[in-house]
Design a protein around this ligand. Sequence first.
Ligand code: FAD
Length: 435
Amino acid sequence: MRSVFDAVIVGAGPAGSSAAILLARAGWSVALVEKQRFPRRKVCGECIAASNLSLLDALGIGPVFDSVAGPELRKVALMRGDQTIIADMPESPDGKYRWGRALGRETLDTLLIERARDVGVLVLQPCSVQAIEGEVGNWHCAVRTAFSKTTLTLHTPVAIDAHGSWESLPSSRLHSRESRSVSNLFAFKANFRDTSLDEGLLPILSFDGGYGGMAVADGGVTTLAGCIRSDYLGAYRRASPRLRAGEVVEALLNNQCKGVRMALQGASREGAWLAVGPLDPGIRLGAVDDPFRIGNAAGEAHPIIGEGMSMALQSSWLLCGHLLGTDQPQSIASKVWQREVGRRYAVEWRHHFESRLRLAAAFAHLAMRPVFSAPLVALARAWPAILTVGAKWGGKVRCAADLALIDRLTPIAGGAAESGDVPFRDARPSGLTWH
Ligand SMILES: Cc1cc2nc3c(=O)[nH]c(=O)nc-3n(C[C@H](O)[C@H](O)[C@H](O)COP(=O)(O)OP(=O)(O)OC[C@H]3O[C@@H](n4cnc5c(N)ncnc54)[C@H](O)[C@@H]3O)c2cc1C
């Protein structure tokens, strides 16, 4: 009967799954709890910057990513009204991967969680962590299954919160979304077949009350995603009461952005529009006595720069670098050590990502407001290279993670779980006591 793990990780997005893989490869026993069934679609632009592709290689999903992801994104554009300004995407100094690519989250997240299973992580899915109680070095995580509503308590010295930004844990220790001042931005995403969008082009869309982006991803499917202010959305919906919210956004983009209109001409939407919100950009690293936080749980940039997955993967790498560092004490339950890890991680996180958050906020507000976006477009027309510079500043070719970490980890020989745990999907795992 196993309910004690070296680490329990909440959420299997890019942050949670990558941390689970790294820790398991270092020989830790890891439980990864994910509330949704995979594959699942997700509101996201799905573009992964070049700076992350070596990390995906090191995690063990590089070859599959290579074979399925969309074309290399070699150009960036700004689209507003009738204007489309195109510039070069900055080239990553990483010799192997110089440009980013897009891959549907239903595929990327599934590849990562499957890889976690392969390296011995116990994946509890679909199960949700209801609360994390206890203290640094001695955490108790209440987990509930989606299928039978039974609960289980997992015990661990290291709790890692990678639950993303849309749901807060029903735990009093953690920041409740309601108590924070959230923006009034709602996020949307849809996929389209047979668009005429140039393969390899990543346009940023600017329109009154919002911003977005689109790119050709795996299987030639175009992902269109963006954010819109709730007051604008409300007004547009009142003007078109028979349309659903996503359809209003589609009509608005067609209407306000010639580049989108041209790209979607003759295209057909695949599946429904997805929506989430409100968005909550900002830093929420938490206190030293909280569970560790990675990915969007630690902080979120306005998605106009499309760097959320970079921050998820790279923050996970930063934290694991400290957890697996050479100064590991005899017991990983050591409070003094964990607090030091938390402090060092927070300093590094801010060093690498804080400026990205500020840049993204400034760019988002310029793009959404007609009074600012006109000079922005004029500047980009006069000097298109500013788009290249902006993408560089946004983090597209800068990796915060130290790849050398992977060399210190145990090579994985086969594909099977090695820890003796029983991986399971949509089923009650044996060896655990459920109540
Ligand atoms: C409109 C839009 C466009 C974007 N475009 C891009 C882009 O092009 N490129 C890019 O890099 N980023 C983009 N992003 C950002 C990116 O989607 C996120 O930053 C990224 O998904 C964060 O990863 P994560 O692992 O931290 O969290 P998530 O991917 O959100 O994963 C969190 C997981 O935790 C699970 N979970 C939540 N609560 C619990 C619980 N209590 N118990 C168990 N499981 C739980 C969830 O089901 C989820 O699977 C975009 C975002 C938006 C809104």
